[in-house]
Design a protein around this ligand. Sequence first.
Ligand code: TAP
Length: 827
Amino acid sequence: MSSVPEIFDRLAYGPAPEQAGAVREWLAAHGEGFGLFIAGQWRSSQQDSPPIPCVNPASGERLAGLTQSCAQDVNEAVACAQAAFPAWAKSGYARARVLYALGRLIQKHSRFFAVLESLDNGKPIREARDLDIPLAARHFTYHAGWAQLIGRELADHEPLGVVGQIIPWNFPLLMLAWKMAPALAAGNCVVLKPAQDTSLTALYFAGLCAEAGVPAGVINILTGDGRVGEQIVAHPGIAKIAFTGSTEVGRLIRRATAGTGKALTLELGGKSPFVVFEDADLDGAVEGLVDGIWLNQGQVCCAGSRLIVEESVLPVLVGKIKARLSRMRVGDPLDKAIDMGALISPAHLERVQRFVEQAQAQGATVWQPQIALPRQGAFYPPTLLTDVSPANTVWREEVFGPVLAATSFRTLREAAELSNNTRYGLAATVYTENINRALELAVTLEAGVVWINTTNELDAACGFGGMRESGFGREGGLEGMLEYMRERDAWRARPEGESESQAQALSHASKVAASHPDRAGHPSGQASADASSLRPAGAGTPGGRIDRTFKHYIGGKHCRPDGGCSRAVADSRGRLAAWVADGNRKDVRDAVEAARLAGRWGETSAHLRSQILFYIAENLTVRREELAARLGRLTGRTASRSRAEVDAAVARVFVYGGWADKYDGLVHAPPARSMVLAVPEPIGVVGVICPDEAPLLSFISLLAPVIAMGNRCVIVPCGNMPLPALDVCQVLEASDVPAGVVNVVTGEREALAGALALHDEVDCLWYFGTKSGSARVETQAAESLKRTWVNHGRGRDWMSERHGEGRTFLREATQMKNIWLPYGDSL
Ligand code: TAP
């Protein structure tokens, strides 16, 4: 007989399977026949297709058959959602009641949901029971509160309409709740497509909607493969797509939605760092790793898959990890005592195996514990890779499996560089007992979520989402709610013809200019009769005769254009007002380089940025009459209207001088004992394309929030009237704005917009031009998955305080980072 210490040592207790009888009865009752959930009813598809088999990945057993939706089904679901929208959008209180009821029903059926999820997905019942299902319920109850409050708190916002939601297989019910709850709370109706591998909990949830009082058409669930996702994305009746899945499909969706005006959030893949310092509680860090990379068999977008350990403790930590992994139990997901279940499918199992073999071939040392695995099913052992070089594929690519790759660092700087050296930017974990160091690293890490001495914690109140190839947009909290709403009447409808014809006029002007010698003495082509017909504006007009050639403003210097070309700029009477540099791709490249080098601007105190903005406003005031005279000549407006634009521009700089140190974050209090700091951070290098109207005010209205929030920018001023912006450069020079923070490149708007959209080092692009230009920019930005804010050819009332400034601009100029700080020791 074993002694007590031996029993504790081996932990050899027997199987503890969860009962699956009720779930199996439900599955048997449906046989082959799960339909589509449209307008509160079960329907069959309008096109016959063989059922999609639903398979338990732990055993290979067929669980059910799903309906493959077709394009007509998508049309029907969208039409029903559109019909339900006006009534649903009306009453926040009614929505709150329904959302609360959905949360309560999930709680009431939590065991059923947990068993079904575990059978369908292969995840351990313990995780489904303790994490997926309670958190799904929490999303509904939390957002019931927002449904009640937004009428008061976000009175100037409105819901978008019908939202298309496409989710992956790793957290099926949780992802459904994560997407649906905020969309519904905001007053939208939804058409959701679950992953074909894991649709069962979504279908069980659909069956509860009537009991919760969900009006017909508010929730529609369409099963099927990726083609259904494509059809939802392409449907013209959809106002927004919310997608969670792979970066590859995210990129396709970005391209497909470009120019359609559909709002978009993309929650994509990750390759998150897990940093351990020598002073960390190493046993705590090992438990963190178990949750970080072996939770859900590593099939977690924010999994801490890259272990970055301080060199001095690498051997000790690796020893502890190996000891812990040797005790892991991999087996029947329905067994309450197992740690790891099955991967989602045999095909995914092969993919994970291939990654590990490749890593080994590229020099990594592979270690796996000698533990028993079930003979059947998609099981893979927890795996540790050491001696992994940064060039190893496994260090760069998302495995989405239970595979941890480890390396070491010596200094804090090296830890930060290793962590940030990835094309993703979803999450990061830091283990150290030194709070100063933890927070310093937390603000340096390029990730949407940072966990300190904890990992993989999620809550409905806390924003979640990434940057770079991890996508854009946030889910959870207030920032998540705003993704499902829009500002009421923010845009002025501009006749489509107007903006396109302006573009044509500009491109004509650019042809004229490009064929004319540069004033700085750079010949740039043959003489042009058109250009020479622009007579110089005469002296004697207010401000005097203008005969200068304006250069680009890059890195704090006035630089000649790379191509040696200038563009003629006409005044309101068609006379030559000045020559400006005609920029090209290389000028954009130089400007981006200068902006990157000015990275310290984001680290300066908000107080300092605020002071500098006030100083800019002061210096603009000094040049009020000169600027107004210039505006008057260029626009042909009266002196008083020109002065009003200058005064509004000065006031706007004051506004952002005020906001610079007041657009603070929040502290969330999730149910876990943690404080979560939601910090708005600068995005980095922002490209800005200014509109054709209000040449001074629009330039200032876009520039000021960008730099107030700590970004650097490359800004292309109004194409036909860039001179006021170039005057502002002189003011910036005299106002302590560090070199490289603002870079102004003039030239043909669409070409420069394209160069910025395609530039990998531009983190975000604001485009205020034509409808077709907006579409082009969104398509081009898909390559690097950079964030964009475009006007789709519409106008904005720049003189209006409500539409020309404020929180929308600040939100577009920042990205939220949520830093989790658990607390609690012995009290
Ligand atoms: P995907 O292959 O991208 O699938 C995600 C969803 O998109 C599924 O419902 C899929 O349908 C559908 N889909 C496939 N092709 C489509 C297309 N052309 N147009 C529209 N929809 C399409 O990802 P996955 O393999 O299921 O999930 C793993 C990935 O998701 C990982 O990269 C992971 O990092 C990421 N993920 C990210 C997060 C967050 S929050 N950032 C969370 C979970 C997962 P079918 O599968 O039914 O064919």
